[in-house]
Design a protein around this ligand. Structure first.
Ligand code: TRP
Length: 452
C-alpha cells in the first residue's frame, strides 16, 4: 500500500480512536443529548439510549469500519472494491459523500457562532449583562449576514487547514490535541457543575428514571440520536476505517469510541444542567441553550468569563473534530477515485462547502423569509434532509449490506482479524440482519410522519 500524503494510515490505535471519537463527539453531544434526555424522562431515557447504542449504533459502526478496512479506499471505492463498479451498492457510498458534504455546509454555520463566542467571552462581553442583553447579543450576531458568513468562512478555513495535512500530519495530529483538551475542559466544567447548588437537581434531571414519561416517541428519539451521535450513515466511518491496518481489532476499537462518545454526552449534561438550575433558568432547546442560556449562567458566576471561554473553546473543538471527518469523506473520494492530489481536493471541496452553506448562513437573516419547500428555511431543509433522511437511510443500507449481502466467508474473515472471539460474528451478524435494519426503518417511517 502506497503510504504517501494522499492516502496514509493512522500511526497508532490511540490516534485512530481519538480521530473517530472526535467525529462522533460534536455539537450533538454538547446540547442535544442533555436536552432530549431531560425531555424524555431522564434516567429511563438514558437506559433506552444506551440499549440503542449497543444494539444498533455499535454494530453499524463496526460494519462501516469493516467495509472501509476491507476496501482500503474511500466510501464509493470501498463498495466498488467489494461488489464491482457497476453494483448498486456503490450508490450507498455516493449517498455518504453527499450526506457528509451537505452536513459540513450547514454545520460550519453554527460552529462559526461558537468561534465568535470564544472571542466575545474572551473580551468579557457577557460579564455583568442582564439576560435580555445576552439574548440580544445572540440576535445581533445571527441577524448580521456579514458576521455569520465571516465566521462560517473562518470555520471552513480551519477545517481545510487540518485536512490539508493528511491523515497522520493533519487529522490524527490535531485529534490528539483537540480531544484531550476537550476532555480536560469538560471535566473542569463538570466539577464546577457538581459544586453548584443545582447539582442535585441536575443529577435528577438527567438520571431519575421516570418510566411514565417514556413514550414510544421517546424510544424513537433515543434511536435517532444514537444514530446521529455516532456519525454513522455518512460514509465517515467507512473512510476512517480505510486508513486502518488489517490486523486492528475492530470490536474493541468501536467499543472504546462508543464509550467515549457516551461519556462525553453524559458529562456535558452534568456540566450544563446544575448551573442552569442553580440560576433558576429553564433548560431550553438547541442554539438557545448553548448560545443564550450558557452565557447568562456564566455571566453571574465567579470566574464566569473564564468559564464561558472554556465552554466555547470546548464547543469549537468538538465541532472541528467532527467537521474534519465530514470533509475527509469527499476528499478521500477525489483522491482515491479521481487521482487528485490531496491539496487540490481539499481546497475545492472546502470552497464548495462554503458556497453551498451560504443559503444556510442567510437563513437567519437576509433570507429568513425564504422558505423554498415545506415552509422551511434552507438551513432547516438541509438539516432535515441529512439528519432525518440521508443518515438513517445510509445506515439502514449499510446494515442491510453487511447483514444480508456481503459474502459471508469474506466478511467473517475480515471481522475476525487476529482475535478469536467466537461469539462475536454470530451476535454481530444477527443484530445487523434483524435488529438494526428494522429499528432504523421504523425511525425513517416515523420521521416521514407515517405514525402521526
Ligand atoms: N456525531 C456528530 C455530532 O454529534 C454529528 C454527525 C452526524 C457527524 N453524522 C456525522 C459528524 C458524520 C461527522 C460525520 O455532532
Amino acid at each position: 500500500m502506497a503510504d504517501n500524503l494522499s492516502r496514509g494510515h493512522w500511526t497508532s490505535r490511540f490516534g485512530f480512536i481519538l480521530a473517530a471519537a472526535g467525529s462522533a463527539i460534536g455539537l450533538g453531544n454538547v446540547w442535544k443529548f442533555p436536552y432530549i434526555t431531560g425531555q424524555n424522562g431522564g434516567g429511563a431515557f438514558v437506559l433506552v439510549y444506551l440499549i440503542c447504542i449497543v444494539l444498533v449504533g455499535l454494530p453499524i459502526m463496526m460494519a462501516e469500519f469493516l467495509i472501509g478496512r476491507h476496501g482500503q479506499r474511500d466510501a464509493v471505492g470501498s463498495f466498488a472494491a467489494l461488489e464491482g463498479r457497476r453494483s448498486p451498492w456503490v450508490l450507498v457510498g455516493w449517498g455518504g459523500v453527499a450526506a457528509s458534504f451537505i452536513l459540513l455546509s450547514f454545520y460550519a454555520v453554527v460552529a462559526g457562532w461558537s468561534f465568535d463566542y470564544v472571542v466575545k467571552a474572551s473580551l468579557g462581553t457577557f460579564a455583568g449583562r442582564t439576560p435580555d442583553e445576552i439574548n440580544a447579543i445572540f440576535d445581533t450576531l445571527v441577524s448580521s449576514a456579514g458576521q455569520v458568513i465571516f465566521w462560517q468562512a473562518l470555520f471552513i478555513v480551519a477545517t481545510v487547514a487540518i485536512v490539508l495535512g493528511g491523515i497522520r500530519g493533519g487529522i490524527e495530529r490535531y485529534s490528539k490535541i483537540l480531544m484531550p483538551v476537550l476532555f480536560a475542559l469538560l471535566v473542569l466544567l463538570f466539577v464546577r457543575g457538581m459544586l453548584s447548588p443545582g447539582a442535585r437537581q441536575g443529577l435528577e434531571f438527567m438520571f431519575r428514571p421516570d418510566f411514565g414519561s417514556l413514550t414510544p416517541k421517546s424510544i424513537l428519539d433515543a434511536l435517532g440520536h444514537a444514530f446521529f451521535t455516532l456519525s454513522i450513515g455518512a460514509g465517515t466511518m467507512i473512510t476512517y476505517g480505510s486508513y486502518l491496518e488489517k490486523d486492528s481489532d475492530l470490536f474493541s476499537l468501536s467499543l472504546r469510541i462508543t464509550i467515549l462518545d457516551t461519556v462525553v454526552a453524559l458529562l456535558a449534561g452534568l456540566a450544563i444542567f446544575p448551573v442552569v438550575f442553580a440560576a433558576g433558568l429553564e433548560p431550553g432547546a438547541g442554539p438557545g441553550l448553548v448560545f443564550q442560556t450558557i452565557p447568562i449562567v456564566f455571566s453571574s458566576l465567579p470566574f464566569g468569563s473564564l468559564l464561558a471561554v472554556v465552554f466555547f473553546v470546548l464547543l469549537s473543538f468538538a465541532a472541528l473534530s467532527s467537521s474534519i471527518s465530514m470533509l475527509e469523506v469527499s476528499v478521500a473520494y477525489l483522491v482515491d477515485e479521481k487521482g487528485w492530489g490531496r491539496r487540490r481536493a481539499t481546497m475545492l471541496i472546502g470552497g464548495a462547502a462554503f458556497l453551498v452553506g451560504l443559503p444556510s448562513a442567510l437563513s437567519f437573516n437576509l433570507w429568513s423569509d425564504v422558505t423554498p419547500l415545506f415552509d422551511m428555511t434552507f438551513f432547516a431543509l438541509f438539516d432535515v434532509l441529512v439528519s432525518s433522511y440521508l443518515l438513517p437511510i445510509g445506515g439502514f443500507l449499510v446494515a442491510l449490506y453487511a447483514g444480508w449481502f456481503w459474502k459471508k466467508e469474506e466478511e467473517k474473515a475480515e471481522l475476525a482479524g487476529r482475535t478469536g472471539r467466537r461469539w462475536l460474528y454470530p451476535v454481530w451478524h444477527f443484530l445487523l440482519r434483524f435488529v438494526a435494519p428494522i429499528s432504523v426503518l421504523v425511525i425513517i417511517l416515523n420521521k416521514a410522519g407515517l405514525f402521526e
